[in-house]
Design a protein around this ligand. Structure first.
Ligand code: SF4
Length: 344
């Protein structure tokens, strides 16, 4: 078990009201709820993690080996989120629990500093935002990323962040400082710009317009920010009009790359997303049945077609693009040096 008892912090004076029972997998966690409207219906489980730098299993086939995840669960509540199933390891469900019951590793910053200082640590690249979003709403209160970024800066350890959270702008000062001593890679996830679709499938995230604005601000601050055009949703955002509007918008906001990722539906995400689809777009259910009859991924021809159309649009708008999963060539570190990354 990775969690230990955490004593109650009296500074959270508005906390600890009626909340769901503590999951069996989190013995000793401190349960918090907050009165502020932004956290209505949310429960946080504060834990002290025993380790914070995680090695990614080789079978994951992702272009990074080490990750740091200060949270588990994500209030951004994307219906398609591929990380949903990880919540079931905590005796929580992959649906509403994933959105509303979030584990917070309150000692993430201290622990990271200790692990970066350990003689066995090689100084390898650390990826963040690859499981759940490290700039989800909870970060506004817990501020774990500030401690994490300060530690990475102090140890000149290269890192990347992928996010949908505009809260990243709060940490521009630390990102800028880190970029003067190490390689910093930033990416925003913007799969489409249609606001109606956004409200329906990514209800807890900042709007695409606000993400585009964050992209512009990061770019203006000197970062080279990549965009994951992800996920591209069959029948909802895979038409030429949606792709053109999205790629044009990210190009205008300064994206340095556009990486298309067609929707995939692993167990956990699959049930939750298809339930949403059945309720809101039953007309599309037969098409999804057909596309995902083989499992979690749509047919290769479909994926190739979607990716090619994103690439074409990116070329038209002067943005470099590449296949999902292919890490971009990384430039030698020079401040500020930021390129793009992977999932979400
Ligand atoms: S896709 Fe990303 S932002 Fe959306 S719920 Fe999952 S982790 Fe959060």
């Amino acid at each position: 078990m990775r969690w230990e008892q955490l004593s109650v912090d009296a500074s959270h004076a508005d906390a600890a009201r009626a909340a769901p029972p503590l999951p069996l997998a989190l013995p000793g966690a401190v349960t918090r709820t907050f009165d502020t409207p932004g956290f209505a219906g949310m429960t946080f489980y504060e834990v002290r993690a025993r380790s914070i730098i995680n090695r990614v299993p080789a079978a994951a086939r992702v272009p990074f080996e080490w990750t740091v995840n200060p949270y588990r669960g994500c209030s951004h509540s994307c219906t398609y989120c591929f990380a949903r199933n990880t919540h079931t390891y905590l005796d929580l469900d992959a649906g509403h629990d994933f959105d509303s019951r979030v584990v917070v590793k309150v000692n993430a910053g201290t622990l990271l500093r200790r692990e970066l200082a350990a003689p066995r640590w090689s100084g390898a690249h650390i990826a963040m935002g690859t499981n759940v979003d490290c700039y989800q709403r909870a970060e506004g209160r817990y501020r774990l990323m500030r401690e994490i970024l300060a530690a990475l800066r102090d140890f000149a350890n290269p890192f990347s962040i992928l996010t949908k959270g505009t809260l990243i702008l709060r940490d521009l000062d630390l990102l800028g400082q880190a970029a003067t001593v190490t390689r910093v890679s930033l990416a925003m996830s913007i799969g489409f710009v249609d606001e109606k679709l956004w409200r329906a499938v990514e209800p807890g995230t900042p709007s695409p317009r606000r993400r585009l604005d964050a992209l512009r601000q990061l770019t203006d601050a000197g970062f080279r920010v990549g965009v994951l055009v992800a996920p591209i949703l069959p029948g909802l955002s895979d038409d030429d009009g949606s792709i053109e509007a999205t790629v044009a918008a990210i190009g205008a906001a300064g994206a340095r790359s556009a990486t298309p990722i067609p929707l995939h539906l692993r167990p956990g995400a699959r049930e939750w997303y298809l339930r949403w689809l059945g309720e809101h777009r039953p007309d599309l259910v037969p098409r999804y049945r057909q596309l995902f009859r083989g499992g979690s991924y749509s047919p290769k021809e479909y994926q190739r077609d979607v990716c090619e159309r994103v690439r074409e649009a990116a070329r038209r708008h002067g943005i470099g693009a590449h296949e999902p999963g292919e890490p971009r060539e990384v430039a030698p570190p020079k401040p500020p040096d930021v390129e793009q990354l992977t999932l979400m």
